[in-house]
Design a protein around this ligand. Structure first.
Ligand code: GUN
Length: 296
């Protein structure tokens, strides 16, 4: 078998186009524009790249982008004061504080100071609790993107065996909650799981989010399974730098029914879902109906 490739780049472009159409309607009919504020503390090169892509794509869908770049030694009180201003600003509907933060800042305290209604990352403890209890929440962008691609590919996920490899707060745990919400039978596996290959072989849906290059091999994949590779790992091969996922793509693609490539799979969906979440936050704050198909 050769797996179908799930094209995240094309899917993300469709999501952005839907968001842009919705934003254009809001402007025309209500004279309102959603706004997203992104806060970057320090000069981490990867974070700078992400933040500038976010700003660019925010403007491309017709929203207002607010970028706040603060020095690496910013005192915690100053960052909290900025977040308080953004919480109170009616032009700002979504707030994202780029992680990781410099070591002297308490990430949990900072994230939990964001108004949960503007927490477009879905990292605030209130949103984590709402998701865990099946209530309406802001949902973390990467797992939301994975869910959208899975629903698009399968239609209903009900009754499928899902194995999520990785237990991070950003991907693994919320991914498991979302799959449970769609009535999958869910296993969260991790580095201490016994006989991980055998656990993975049970999966109709296998989500890899461990951050280890090409760890998941072809013979860990159930024939016909759908493989979602969240990993983005930079490796040296044949004297060149390459991006690879957490899955051995060639090995898995020979067995799976469908698979996301790296790059061009889950990656582009994350920012598309951030824009979708900003639109959702805007609609909720104005008591408007939410965009269909862009939420969990
Ligand atoms: N750093 C890497 N991924 C993310 C993300 O999804 N949100 C935030 N805030 N920071 C990140």
């Amino acid at each position: 078998m050769t797996a179908a490739i799930i094209d995240g780049k094309a899917f993300a472009a469709r999501v952005r186009a839907e968001v842009a159409a919705h934003v254009a309607r809001l402007k025309e009919e209500q004279g309102l524009t959603p706004g997203l504020a992104v806060v970057l503390v320090g000069e981490d090169p990867a974070s700078q790249v992400y933040v500038s892509s976010k700003g660019k794509q925010t403007v491309e869908v017709g929203m207002t982008s607010f970028e706040h770049k603060l020095p690496a030694d910013t005192p915690e009180a100053d960052l909290l004061a900025l977040i308080a201003r953004l919480n109170a600003d009616p032009a700002v509907h979504g707030i994202l504080v780029q992680l990781p933060l410099p070591g002297h800042l308490n990430s949990e305290l900072v994230i939990n100071s964001i108004d949960p209604a503007k927490d477009v990352d879905g990292f605030h403890i209130s949103n984590v609790g709402l998701l865990g209890t099946g209530q309406k929440s802001m949902v973390p962008c990467t797992p939301l993107g994975c869910l959208m691609m899975l629903r698009d590919h399968h239609g209903s996920l009900s009754g499928l065996n899902a194995v999520v490899v990785g237990r991070s707060n950003i991907v693994g745990k919320p991914m498991a909650q979302l799959l449970l919400g769609d009535s999958c039978t869910v296993t969260i596996a991790h580095s201490r799981t016994r006989d991980l290959p055998a656990v993975c072989r049970q999966a109709d849906i296998l989500v890899a989010a461990v951050g280890r290059p090409e760890m998941i091999k072809g013979d860990w994949v159930k024939p016909g399974a759908t493989v979602i590779d969240v990993g983005i790992n930079r490796i040296e091969r044949d004297g060149k730098t390459r991006l690879v996922g957490d899955v051995d793509f060639a090995g898995a693609a020979a067995v799976a029914g469908a698979i996301t490539p790296v790059p061009g799979g889950v990656g582009p969906m994350t920012i598309a879902c951030l824009l979708a979440n900003t639109l959702t936050a805007f609609c909720r704050s104005h008591g408007l109906s939410e965009p269909q198909g862009l939420t969990a």
